[in-house]
Ligand binder design. Sequence first.
Ligand code: TMP
Length: 207
Amino acid sequence: MKKGLLITFEGPDGSGKTTQVQRLAQHARALGYPIVQTREPGGTAISEKIREVILDVSTPEMDDVTEALLYAAARAQHVSQVIRPALLRGDIVVCDRFVDSSIAYQGFGRGLGAGVASINAFAVQGVKPDLTFFLDIEPAAGLKRISRSGGLDRLEKETLAFHKRVYEGYQELIAQNKERYRIVDAGLDADAVAEEIQSLFDAWMAE
Ligand code: TMP
């Protein structure tokens, strides 16, 4: 039986990821798997504090490199305190965003390029996702969804052009990691998306 697995969720803002992470974790727990559900940036007290600093709308002057390093710093703590110990115990970690978010948002969105992969390789010390769900929604449609829910954070407030570059970044990541990625149409209603993800998960676990 497969164990000690890292399953990540990726996608544009407004793709409904957070709900789907919750739904998959519930499904897998009901099947008896030991599940650790977590998120980035966050998942530890230190990483949640870094999250607040990164997303704070009152500091629009944050330098792009600072931003990239803060995401990587939050991740380093998360990997060492939560993810790696869980994987060593044989648990399944279900994580809302991981390194690919930094490559898409900071590498492509901010235009920082390959340096982002390097600082993240240092941050995670070899931990890699085994399976990644991409919740596919056009950037404009995603932004429309979140603007309805109000209270946008510093990244969500970015331009449509930025979010389009992020989306392009994801397309490259998917092309480079076909084995690991499963693409799900996030335009469907939440129950239909959850069912699709559950059947993809069940099939992958049985491989
Ligand atoms: P969330 O809304 O999925 O919780 O993520 C918060 C924001 O942070 C979202 O706009 C995506 C962004 N983000 C990055 O830019 N780089 C990263 O490495 C991560 C994890 C998130």
